[in-house]
Design a protein around this ligand. Structure first.
Ligand code: ZN
Length: 369
């Protein structure tokens, strides 16, 4: 991989995030929306472990037109009242590094050490995971991360979204939607921070969460919907409800690469410390690479994609990102970078339809401050 810019170093923050959070968080025992919460955190579906214990089980998504499914969840309850953090993996079922990471994380978080409640959504989109689909669910061909807040009378993706909105998003104080490169995406790690503009407190805390998670590339995403009834994305659904949230991208090509699994676990532990939910030093990325413009580059043809660049590579405007061959092997199209920037992901497998992504390019900017 060619890298033209140095990787910024993470550092121990002089000021702990908990101090900031304590100053800005809603009063103890109240959700950001003002709804009273039990002092030790809410029940999540059938899971309501006693303080100092944990429980795992399922949120049921009943059949309606198409099949039923369920969502595997763990609730870890601390011994001290505090915030509820939700970590959501498997919104796209082939993005497996976060899924494996939450399985590793579960025994690492001792309830006796925890302040508040940690909710782990192990696989949000079980139909996609079990049927190994990318982008869309196998039954309704819908993208789970485009149908929030969901509806109980909709198709299975919409019903999953409705259950997660009600049982996880409405009940948490902070949320991370943990993605990776999908089964066909060779992706370098980065975090989305959405400056939604509805609530400065929420935007500011979400930025602190992004810095705490640890990825040195942060995409500033100003264009997410502000409509509570059509929030589309998991992260967005939390933010329009007053809960600071980020989306992380950690992993590639549908495999649980050990380094990517470890970075997901590390990000979760860093955030738990930053929120004051676990003891230990607070680390923040000191000099992130801010990405202030992005573009999904689409394929002009159907056939076989042949990438010419690698994830994390910096490209000039006009650099050839790859070529599309027809199904007989003839080159029918060449795709170039629309502007100079970093390859956040490039498609790494051949199957390609016209209009589908071939790469995601990000321009390096100056950041929000
Ligand atoms: Zn995803």
């Amino acid at each position: 991989m060619r890298r033209l810019l140095p990787r910024p170093a993470a550092c121990l923050a002089a000021l702990a995030l908990p101090a900031l959070l304590a100053a800005q968080r809603p009063g103890a025992g109240a959700a950001p929306g003002g709804r009273p919460q039990p002092p030790f955190g809410p029940a999540v579906g059938p899971l309501d472990p006693a303080p100092g214990s944990a429980a795992s089980g399922y949120l049921e998504v009943p059949a309606r037109g198409d099949s039923a499914t369920r969502v595997p969840v763990t609730v870890i309850r601390g011994t001290t009242p505090g915030p509820t953090l939700a970590l959501v993996a498997g919104t796209h079922g082939a993005e497996v590094a976060p899924i494996v990471a939450l399985q590793r994380l579960r025994p690492m978080v001792a309830p006796a050490q925890l302040r508040g409640t940690l909710v782990l959504v192990h696989v949000a989109n079980l139909p996609s995971y079990l049927h190994r689909t990318v982008y869309r669910g196998p039954w309704d061909q819908k993208n789970l991360n485009r149908v929030y807040p969901g509806r109980d009378d909709g198709t299975v993706s919409e019903r999953i979204a409705a259950v997660i909105t009600r049982e996880v998003i409405d009940k948490c104080d902070y949320l991370v939607d943990m993605h990776a490169g999908d089964g066909n995406e060779s992706l370098r790690p980065y975090t989305y921070w959405s400056k939604l503009g509805l609530d400065a407190r929420v935007d500011s805390l979400a930025l602190e969460m992004a810095l705490a998670w640890g990825h040195d590339h942060i995409v500033i995403d100003p264009d997410r919907p502000k409509d509570r009834a059509a929030s589309l994305y998991v992260q967005n659904t939390a933010q329009v409800r007053g809960k600071p949230a980020i989306t992380t991208e950690t992993g590639w090509l549908g495999v649980p690469d050990p380094e990517m699994v470890a970075r997901n676990v590390d990000g979760a532990m860093r955030l738990l410390r930053a929120l004051g939910m676990l003891p230990g030093p607070v680390e923040k990325v000191r000099r992130p690479v801010w990405i202030d413009r992005t573009q999904v580059v689409a394929s002009p043809a159907t056939g076989a994609w042949e990438p010419a660049v690698s994830r994390s590579e910096y490209v000039a405007e006009g650099t050839v990102l790859g070529r599309v061959r027809d199904l007989f092997g003839n080159v029918v199209a060449e795709v170039s970078a629309p502007f100079a920037g970093v390859v956040l992901y490039v498609i790494g497998s051949p199957a390609m339809s016209v209009g589908e992504p071939v790469a995601f390019i990000g321009r390096v900017g100056t950041g929000p401050r």
